[in-house]
Design a protein around this ligand. Structure first.
Ligand code: IVH
Length: 688
């Protein structure tokens, strides 16, 4: 076979592969390879076609912009085609320099000519939508489809709160706004959590989503609008399609930036990070700045986009095969990568919960090297059907824990065995049981199980509980393995000799641990209660109990009815506390701890202290000048406020200190009142 024959074969193979993947990606919303892998194949084909133009065919994947159209939606022919952007995968400054050089060449500029003016934007990772307004009213929303013909998804798009349904009176009679529909990362995580719960409860036909983009695409193309509405979506505008021309009374836009500002003034969300940039140095700085902030953004981006700002210059430059010459997408390193599963371990937690964890061949993804990924529980592991030896897609975006999102089915070995949860605890050999209606298997060994004992001690010692400094994982594991500690109170019976006999424990560090143990004895009722590790009793609940009862004995002797009187306490928590203190061995542990000298100040039961912030939800972010995060939280909770971890429409105030990041940004986006420490203090005293 001649050289061209070989090339032809490769070109055919690439086209077939790309067609298959594009179908899975665009039509089925079930990609089986990461984008970066797809891009690589796509570029290989593009290059071969450039070198051998005689092999080009009109149906090559490089000639098309997207995938096919689902049958369930009406088809829409775009008045102005929805184009694609050329991607630059060189993640060095040269990526931006090359684009600038191409533009300058295209425009025939000499070195002495001034820099070109660009607009630099984020490349949102969602799906492109065309919004058509006639006389200021949203009449149609369509997906990009293949760029020429998309799908009508008006119903589902109308449900997106950020998309205006009606525009101010002065807009042009015909206006098509283009932008990206996406799902915020926190909402994606919450959605998947809800999906996992549904699956655990046996719901049929439910699945979790691979990433926010697929969740967004699935929601937009959901045939049942009721389901679509349960999938929170957002929108950013970045362009436009058909607009009434100037001669017929349309707007006289001359730059891209000015157009975006106008769209913003008409009520469309435009990212606050969109900015003008002069020449390559500005583009490089933008790329670096956004790259550094990428993890803190509330949504996924896969790169930035540079566009020539002048509309006449854009027109002059035109297109090559459906990609404008005046724009480029400059990508960041991928947040999804391929790797292989070397083993599936089962870890045992403090409450005996068994968690399957995939041990991965180390892979650099989303800025860190990942070697572990949780598979959550049996159902999740089964649903994803991860097997030892499998090639998997691993995703890490933002500060979210890395996850195996899918298996690449074609790469599975024939003899790969399905994963099953062990029926015995891998640490202590006790039975592992899964109760009716629960997603998790639990080791029945209780504190007989070394893993549970280690977990219980680490929980007791943690900063927010007894705050025993220097009592880390390795040390506690050794103590438990060596049987130095069998029950919690043994901690306070440790002597210098026993401690210094442990590995890597010099006398000095042993003395430090003893001092930390001594110091921890003077504590608060809330910390002590939380430290006991009672199921369903988190920090906030422990504080409520301490405040309500004032004394430990009162809690230990309370019946379920009395426990239910505590604010925000429901039957599950009340039942759990009650059962805990009904067990003689738990009461014994408490008595022994007291005998060892653990003390706290008891108080009178809470006569309902005034709660000026009852019912308010507050988010803390950044570093405050004088109050620590914990102090601020305590003060707020004592005043009746709920302190939440993320900003939403339900947030009443955000208290922001120095270096506040995405939460502050989000507060501004949602129009939530932002306070500094002074403002917080005023609020606590009852004047907002
Ligand atoms: S402009 C003529 N700007 O990237 C250029 N696209 O392949 C038309 N995208 O499907 C697109 N962020 O969904 C543009 N700031 C941005 C974008 C953006 C994300 C997506 C868009 C499009 C794809 C381009």
């Amino acid at each position: 076979m001649g050289v061209t024959g070989k090339v032809q074969e490769r070109v055919d193979a690439l086209r077939e592969l790309l067609h298959q993947h594009a179908h899975r990606y665009y039509v089925l919303d079930e990609p089986s390879i990461p984008d970066a892998e797809y891009d690589k194949l796509f570029r290989e084909l593009q290059q071969l076609e450039e070198q051998h133009p005689e092999l080009l065919t009109p149906d090559s994947p490089t000639r098309r912009v997207g995938g096919g159209v689902l049958d369930g939606f009406a088809k829409v022919r775009h008045k102005v085609p929805m184009l694609s952007i050329r991607t630059e995968t060189d993640t060095e400054p040269t990526g931006a320099q090359n684009f600038d050089a191409r533009v300058r060449k295209e425009l025939g500029l000499a070195e002495s000519d001034p820099p070109v003016e660009y607009v630099a934007e984020l490349k949102f990772d969602g799906l492109a939508i065309n919004l058509r307004y006639e006389n200021g009213v949203l009449v149609q929303a369509a997906t990009r489809g293949d760029g020429e013909i998309g799908e009508e998804v008006t119903q589902n798009i109308r449900a997106i709160g950020q998309i205006p349904l009606k525009l101010p009176a002065d807009v042009p009679p015909v206006l098509e706004v283009r932008g990206e529909v996406y799902m915020r990362r926190d909402q994606f995580e919450a959605l998947n959590e809800r999906q996992r719960e549904k699956i655990a409860k046996g719901a049929k036909g439910e699945k979790t989503f691979v990433n926010p983009r697929n969740a967004a695409a699935g929601a937009v193309r959901q045939l049942d609008p009721a389901i679509a509405r349960q999938r929170p979506l957002s929108f950013f505008a970045y362009g436009w399609g058909e607009v009434t021309p100037l001669e017929q009374g349309g707007p006289a836009f001359t730059t891209h930036y000015e157009t975006l500002l106008t769209l913003k003034s008409w009520g469309f969300p435009v990212s606050a990070r969109t900015q003008t940039a002069y020449g390559a140095p500005d583009l490089i700085a933008f790329y670096a700045g956004v790259g550094a902030a990428r993890d803190q953004l509330p949504f996924d981006i896969d790169g930035v986009v540079y566009k020539v700002n002048s509309l006449p210059l854009q027109k002059q430059m035109g297109f090559v095969s459906r990609e404008p010459r005046w724009a480029v997408a400059h990508k960041y390193p991928a947040q999804e990568q391929l790797t292989t599963v070397e083993a599936i371990d089962v870890q045992v937690g403090r409450t005996g919960k068994l968690t399957p964890v995939a041990k991965l061949a180390p892979v650099f993804v989303g800025g860190v090297t990942v070697t572990n990924a949780t598979l959550h529980n049996e159902d999740e592991a089964r649903r994803k059907d991860v097997r030892v030896g499998d090639t998997v897609i691993v995703r890490r975006a933002g500060d979210v824990i890395p996850e195996v999102v899918a298996v690449v089915p074609d790469k599975r070995a024939r003899d790969a065995a399905q994963f099953t949860m062990p029926r015995k605890c891998p640490v202590c050999g006790s039975d592992a049981v899964r109760e009716e209606g629960e997603a998790d298997y639990r080791c029945a060994g209780g504190l007989f199980c070394a893993a549970q004992r280690t977990g219980a001690i680490l929980h007791f010692a943690q900063r927010r509980a007894m705050d025993i400094e220097g009592l880390g994982d390795k040390l506690v594991e050794q103590m438990v393995e060596g049987n130095v500690i069998k029950v919690l109170p043994d901690l306070y019976r440790l002597g210098l000799v026993a401690l210094s006999s442990l590995d890597r424990m010099a006398e000095k560090s042993a003395q430090n641990v003893l001092a930390a143990l001594e110091k921890s004895k003077a504590t608060t009722l809330a910390r002590f209660l939380y430290g006991l590790g009672i199921r369903h009793v988190g920090e906030a609940t422990a504080k409520e109990f301490a405040r309500h009862f004032g004394k430990l004995d009162a809690i230990m002797d309370a019946g379920v009815e009395q426990l239910l009187e505590v604010p925000d306490v429901g039957p599950i928590v009340a039942e759990s506390i009650h059962t805990f203190f009904q067990q003689a061995h738990n009461r014994e542990v408490v008595e022994q701890l007291r005998a060892c000298g653990v003390t706290w100040e008891e108080s009178e039961p809470a006569a309902q202290a005034p709660k000026p912030l009852a019912g308010k939800t507050i988010v803390l972010t950044g570093t405050l000048p004088t109050l620590s995060r914990d102090e601020a939280k305590d003060l707020l909770e004592a005043a009746g406020a709920k302190v939440a971890g993320s900003v939403s429409k339900k947030t009443d105030y955000v208290v922001a200190g120095a270096e506040a990041g995405s939460k502050l940004e989000k507060a501004r986006e949602l129009g939530v009142t932002v306070l500094d420490e002074e403002g917080l203090k005023e609020l606590l005293h009852g004047h907002p």
